[in-house]
Design a protein around this ligand. Structure first.
Ligand SMILES: Nc1ncnc2c1ncn2[C@@H]1O[C@H](COP(=O)(O)OP(=O)(O)O)[C@@H](O)[C@H]1O
Ligand SMILES: [Mg+2]
Length: 491
């Protein structure tokens, strides 16, 4: 029998039906995800299960018997605790005070301070934490405050824990630790209800998943029998149109070959290959040396050692002019500083690296420049009022397209792209991904640095992970996000 069930639960807020007739069973020793797009009703269901809201219709069952939770304390007495998205504890009180709110251990008429602290420490130890119960809650990091909430629930004997988007405010490392803790709680027989819209977390820790859409239940599935595509389809109610297909096996010739590339204090012994038709991603934390590597390949590091070859020909390191002539193009991290001349027109930015080719006896042929720009505007779907619009006035996505256009016009065959969609809105992001895919399909070799791991997994055929200046792993683009995160952090 299910430990906790929602049966036909409905809830309305003024003007919104947040849940209509939703039924879900939650089992002991299992992690059950509640998924859905923003506004689907996930948090509302979580709060009803934990006594924060009362349902307008339907019932909550505990071990098959109807229960009514008037408030979160009722729910906790039965065995359900919630770890809130926004922290609701008193920041000015100590950890021990917070963990004693509502039931102070007493010694006759006196509050037993010592017992309070000892009990808090014991509860924290149960969730693997050694936070000092005497510190002010507000002085702890968000992840530690969250641990205090979990300790409070587990310590009071909760058998069901509701987590609402628990990793939203955590760093990668903290998120991985939380997932490990959730696995431990599950092993102790606790039912975890995990509200999230992050697919990777669902596959990393959840056993079952219920998808909500517009307040209705779409379905419940065993995670092991479900694919990402299934979940996305359930969440959005249609196929994912913008899904960019990655080329399965790039079989083109090696265009970029780097071996034993080192630069003191920045990175060491980096070797990699990118074939025509292939997109290779460089993943890693900020400071891992990814940007330094692509800059060195482009000739911007005068101290670099090792060999760099393009289409089988060596280029001497430390010379951007030679790198450009050989066919390298760099789309830098900070396009506003290094990728574009912001005060010049969109058109002039495209033709910058090939001015010489266009210039006849010192003059740029205006018609040539214009038709060149036209071609790239169309091919890359640049949206600008005109070719003569100043680059500064364009959106981030269109600026980025200009930088790419500039290198295409220069016939670059190996594109080094650092943070392709930083500061670019969602629609333009999908377009840039499709564009990179198209360019690879046309025979370019592309090396991409991105801090957006889902982005890298979408566009890259292979992923090289860097940590502290070294390449520590190589993966297919399909490798789970959690695996890559562990390689990035060395956890
Ligand atoms: N306290 C509230 N008052 C009014 N409307 C609310 C309240 N809580 C949620 N809603 C509405 O109910 C719907 C479901 O919200 P919610 O459960 O927070 O969704 P989710 O957590 O899936 O993003 C949304 O349309 C939201 O605006
Ligand atoms: Mg929510």
């Amino acid at each position: 029998m299910a430990l906790l069930s929602a049966q036909n639960v409905s809830k309305s807020f003024p003007g919104v039906r947040a849940l209509s007739g939703v039924s879900v069973d939650f089992q002991a020793g299992s992690v059950h995800a509640l998924m859905g797009e923003n506004g689907a009703g996930k948090s509302t269901l979580g709060k009803i299960l934990a006594g924060v809201y009362r349902p307008d219709g339907g019932e909550i069952l505990w071990e098959g018997k109807p229960v009514r939770f008037g408030n979160p304390r009722d729910a906790l007495r039965t065995g359900v605790a919630i770890v809130h998205q926004e922290l609701l504890f008193a920041e000015n009180l100590t950890v021990a005070d917070n963990l004693s709110l509502g039931d102070l251990p007493n010694n006759g008429p006196w509050i037993d301070e010592r017992a309070m602290i000892d009990r808090a420490a014991a509860w924290l130890a149960e969730v693997g934490s050694n936070i000092d119960p005497r510190v002010r809650l507000g002085d702890l990091s968000v992840s530690k405050q969250q641990l205090v909430q979990i300790a409070g629930g587990v310590g009071r004997g909760a058998k069901v824990l509701v987590f609402d988007e628990p990793t939203a405010a955590l760093s990668n490392v903290e998120a991985l630790r939380l997932l490990d803790l959730i696995r431990r709680l599950r092993a102790d027989g606790i039912a975890c209800i995990y509200v999230s819209h992050r697919l990777d977390e669902i596959f990393a820790v959840c056993d079952e998943v219920t998808v909500l859409r517009d307040g209705e239940k779409v379905g419940t599935r065993a995670v092991a029998d479900t694919s990402r595509a299934d979940l996305v389809r359930m969440m959005i109610g249609r196929e994912l149109g913008e899904g960019v297909e990655t080329a399965a096996d790039a079989t083109g010739a090696v265009r970029l070959r780097v071996s034993g590339l080192s630069s003191r204090g920045k990175f060491s012994d980096i070797s990699l290959e990118v074939r025509a038709g292939e997109i290779v991603g460089l993943a890693g934390l900020v400071g891992a040396g990814r940007t330094e590597v692509v800059e060195a390949i482009f000739g911007l590091d005068p101290h670099v050692k090792g060999t760099i070859e393009i289409d089988g020909k060596k280029v001497s390191p430390g010379s951007p002019a030679e790198a450009m002539a050989a066919g390298f193009g760099l789309v830098p991290e900070d396009r506003k500083r290094h990728g574009l001349v912001l005060g010049m027109s969109a058109r002039a930015n495209i033709s910058l690296p090939i001015l010489q080719r266009l210039a006849k006896s010192g003059w740029i042929n205006d018609r040539q420049e214009s038709s060149l720009a036209d071609g790239y505007f169309q091919r890359l779907r640049v949206k600008a009022p005109s070719q003569l619009t100043i680059a500064k006035g364009l959106s981030g996505g269109n600026q980025q397209k200009l930088v790419i256009a500039k290198w295409l016009a220069a016939d670059a065959n190996v594109l080094l792209i650092d943070e392709p969609t930083r500061g670019v809105d969602v629609g333009a992001k999908a377009e840039i991904h499709a564009l990179l895919r198209e360019l690879a399909a046309s025979g370019k070799a592309i090396l991409v640095v991105s801090s957006d791991l889902p982005e890298l997994r979408t566009i890259a055929d292979r992923l090289i992970v860097m940590r502290e200046g070294r390449a520590v792993a190589e993966n297919s683009g399909r490798t789970e996000e959690e695996t890559i995160m562990r390689q990035m952090t060395g956890v």
